[in-house]
Design a protein around this ligand. Structure first.
Ligand SMILES: [Fe+2]
Length: 368
């Protein structure tokens, strides 16, 4: 399977990964055929690329970090927990705790710890999808630093609930597509305290999950919010949450901007270790993120286009690729190259949707 821009699909292609809508149900189901009228439906939700299975990408498989079942179930539980709270002011996290066990078990069942995926979220679904992804990343980073299973479960629950306090922020501020005024930003900045107030006396949450909610916007230089505390005063769980939150937010498309590529995100986060993010945790985090996830399309340094076939620990920036097109000679080719075994060739950059659509040669190469 591979990731392609929705714009270049004609209809009839096989959908390789389920796309979830804002209600947590399947917008596009895996293994069904793409219909051209889906394009509008997807674009209205801010989804401009999906995974398809075709001849060009035959044999390329993506290993999910957590199963689709666990992901869907958890997204729906986060959503239900929020809406029940909105209606009744009651919080029931019993079921979320079973989801947390599933997330941790799914992740621990993988031998390797690599985040090798692009998560497609619709813009309306951002809150729930983001919570689940932050939880997944927190568990992965926790595992990488050698945390025990009980700590991983606390990290997962804190990750799922870290932004819960946003429920008390008015929707028009939360979803405002334009730049926020200072007053509006001050209201958004209250969400960690709101979240903490909601959960501080909850018997089913441990102190670690609670401080993740309270401290996930603190910065190591003391200029974060709400407490303004510095690195060693910020609980490690919250520093983990902060790294994962920033990564998932930047790699997601939002109402006010497009997503960053993974490489741009990691470079920006590297700069953020000077004032915001924990440097050691970020270094560890960087080591588990594949720069070019399986199924993405990349431009190589010799002007050829390739689909990423496989990533390996230790060479996360040099995947094995399937070269499919030579841009210099405008011809199709088919060659497998392990970039970790050659010094002559490297990935120049990930090709993004706009590049496909504006460059006829690239589009020709990529069309299913
Ligand atoms: Fe937040």
């Amino acid at each position: 399977m591979r990731l392609v821009p929705v714009n270049c699909l004609k209809g009839g292609e096989i959908i390789a990964k389920t796309v979830i809508d804002e209600n947590g149900s399947r917008l596009l189901a895996k293994n069904t055929s793409f219909k051209s009228y889906y394009k509008k439906k997807l674009q209205a939700r801010g989804i401009d690329r999906i995974y398809i299975a075709d001849k060009l990408s035959e044999g390329i498989e993506i290993k999910d970090v957590i199963s689709e079942k666990t992901r869907l179930r958890t997204i729906n539980l986060v959503k239900d927990t929020l809406s029940i709270f909105k209606a009744t002011q009651q919080i029931d996290v019993t079921q979320l705790k079973t989801s947390v066990i599933q997330i941790v078990d799914d992740i621990l069942s993988n031998k390797e710890i690599l985040y090798d995926m692009v998560d497609i979220k619709s813009k309306d679904d951002y809150t729930y999808g983001h919570s689940v992804n932050v939880a997944v990343l927190c568990v992965m980073l926790g595992r990488k630093i050698g945390a025990e299973k009980s700590y991983l479960k606390k990290l997962a629950l804190g990750g799922l609930l870290h932004d819960f306090g946003k429920i008390l922020v008015p929707d028009e501020i939360l979803n405002k597509p334009d730049k926020l005024s200072k007053d509006e930003f001050d209201i958004i900045k209250q969400h960690p305290s709101h979240g903490y107030q909601i959960f501080k006396d909850h018997p089913l949450l441990t102190p670690i999950s609670k401080v993740m909610i309270l401290m996930h916007h603190e910065k190591v230089n003391g200029e974060g919010y709400p407490l303004g505390i510095t690195k060693n005063q910020i609980h490690e769980g919250a520093r983990i949450c902060s790294v994962c939150d920033v990564f998932d937010a930047m790699t997601s498309k939002r109402a006010y901007r497009n997503e960053y590529t993974i490489v741009n995100t990691l470079n920006e986060m590297e700069r953020m270790t000077k004032d915001h993010l924990d440097e050691d945790l970020f270094k560890t985090f960087r080591g588990m993120i594949c720069y070019y996830p399986v199924g993405t399309t990349v431009l190589l340094s010799n002007d050829t286009i390739a689909i990423v076939e496989q990533n390996k620990i230790g060479s996360i920036d040099r995947p094995t690729v399937r070269v499919i097109y030579d841009l210099k000679n405008n011809e199709e080719i088919f060659r497998r190259v392990d970039l970790s075994a050659t010094k002559e060739l490297k990935v120049e950059r990930e090709l993004i949707s706009e590049e496909y659509m504006n460059n006829p040669s690239i589009l020709r190469a990529m069309r299913p």
